[in-house]
Design a protein around this ligand. Structure first.
Ligand code: G3H
Length: 483
């Protein structure tokens, strides 16, 4: 299947149920962000190959949707078993390809297996509704509406580099269970992990054509896929910039977008500061802050700010920094450009008078975890998402001020509130404009049975297993006119 030249593997795309090299004869090299070597090449798929894949998905979809939920679920449960067998290999690929530490990469595969199994169960337990017409003025009891959920057709699933397996399966599994065909476009950096998970799916005997995996240059196939009349729904996780572009390009189809964030940790005067510091550190620096739900700013009551900063400093200085193979918490960023961007934000803040508490050291794309105190609103780091290991502290004088600054952001993914007063927590939770508020905990997407959503520039639509199945299907009403 794969071809090897000069010790570098060329991975095929999975087009209409066949593993194939592209007719473009062009490949894209995937560079490891920390081994600094080429891990393999993936195909630069052409537009006609996109057409063939979408046509194949359309053709296969009707038969697929005609299977019972239990039959579709059997393929997915078998996929989960295949992933179990490949867990170590896929975790190693994630680690090599996107620089996630091995323990977290393995957790990502386990979470994915659990998610697939849960998705099957959830779909098996979802059901339609019925309604009688007499609930509306002038309506009649003789009209019986049967509301079922039916698939949308072909779903385009576009996943990001930071969870190349989990955030792919969290689109593919609900799309398939809802009876759709799938065109899967992994992030280029993350494509080898995506290919390995689809090799596992292919081994289940999945009907040919129902899913294709397309790799390629965004400039050649990005808009082409998004605007393609054969695509009936898009589920995208990635940057706000790309999400906005997608929403301009896609034409009259449902979109679910999970985009960036600038999640604040609001720390009140009465917060348990040990618990707060622990959550902020985990939230901000796991996988070097390359998570949409990372803590990206701390809005702390001035009266406890010195104490909190001291605790954060101490904890940050004990974080392991280095190789993902050594299970370091802070690992090299995905590429040099990303590290340059984070460095630019740190430099801007320091130029404008922020206090460097710790960090601001760098070796290529490996950046030391950095804590900046006395950050003010004229600094870019107060508003811009770094996607890197830097945490700004903004001191505030009141809860109102914290909420005001929290809401001034363009983003609205999650927020954390640290206080021992549940009334205050609920008041703040009600006032912050975000998808989720975590009380005394760090922002996070999971557990995956929870709804997951962002507002403002953080996204559109809701994910989480149940909501993903809903967003990848639609209601269909059949009215029986009795008598
Ligand atoms: O990067 C975006 C992910 O959805 C975050 O997921 O909160 O489980 O790390 P997580």
């Amino acid at each position: 299947m794969d071809s090897v030249k000069n010790d570098v593997v060329s991975y095929p795309a999975y087009l209409a149920g066949q593993w194939q090299m592209s007719s473009s004869h062009e490949t894209i090299a995937i560079q490891s962000p920390w081994q600094h070597k080429v891990l393999g090449n993936v195909q630069a798929v052409t537009q006609p190959e996109v057409d063939q894949s979408i046509q194949a998905a359309k053709k296969a979809q009707h038969k697929w949707a005609a299977l019972s939920l239990g039959e579709r679920g059997q393929y997915l449960n078998q996929w989960a078993r295949e992933l179990e067998k490949d867990k170590a290999e896929i975790a190693t690929t994630i680690m090599d390809e996107v620089g996630k530490n091995y323990a977290d990469a393995e957790k990502e595969v386990t979470r994915t297996i659990d998610l697939i199994r849960y998705t099957v169960q959830e779909a098996l337990h979802m059901h339609g509704e019925s309604v009688r017409g007499d609930g509306f003025p002038g309506g009649s009891k003789e009209k019986l509406g049967i509301i079922e959920r039916v698939p949308l057709g072909v779903v385009l699933a576009i996943s990001p580099f930071n969870y190349p397996v989990n955030l792919s399966a969290s689109k593919i599994a609900p799309a398939l269970m809802a009876g759709n065909g799938v065109i899967f476009k992994p992030a280029t950096q993350g494509a080898i992990s995506g290919i390995k998970m689809i090799q596992a799916l292919d081994r289940t005997g999945l009907p040919k054509g129902i899913l294709s995996l397309i790799t390629g240059h965004g400039s050649q196939i990005g808009d082409y896929l998004t605007e393609h009349p054969g695509i009936n729904m898009i589920s995208f996780t990635g940057s706000t910039q790309t999400g906005k572009h997608l929403s301009q390009k896609s034409i009259m189809i449902p979109l679910v977008l999970e985009l960036g964030g600038k999640d604040p940790a609001i720390v009140c005067q009465d917060a348990d500061l040990d618990l707060t510091a622990k959550n902020i550190i985990g939230g901000a620096f796991a996988y070097s802050g390359q998570r949409c739900t990372a803590v990206k700013r701390v809005l702390v009551d001035d009266r406890v700010a010195d104490q909190l900063v001291a605790k954060l400093k101490q904890a940050i200085e004990t974080l392991s920094v280095g190789s993902p193979a050594d299970n370091s918490t802070v690992v090299p960023l995905i590429d040099d450009k990303s590290a340059d961007f984070v460095q630019g934000l740190i430099d801007d803040a320091l130029d404008k008078g922020a206090t460097l508490v710790t960090g601001n050291r760098r070796k290529e794309n490996l950046m030391a975890p950095t804590l900046l105190d006395n950050v003010t609103q004229n600094m870019d780091i107060a508003w811009v998402e770094p996607f890197g290991p830097v945490l700004p502290i903004i001191r505030v004088h009141s809860v109102d001020e914290a909420v005001k600054i929290a809401n001034k952001s363009n983003f609205g993914l999650q927020a954390s509130v640290f206080t021992q007063d549940i009334d205050k927590a609920l008041e703040i939770a009600g006032a912050v404009e975000v998808g989720t508020v975590q009380v005394n905990g760090r922002p996070q997407r999971g557990p995956d049975n929870f709804p997951f959503l962002g507002v403002k520039a953080s996204g559109m639509g809701t994910q989480g297993v149940h909501n993903s199945i809903l967003s990848m299907s639609r209601e269909k009403l059949t009215v029986i006119n009795l008598k």
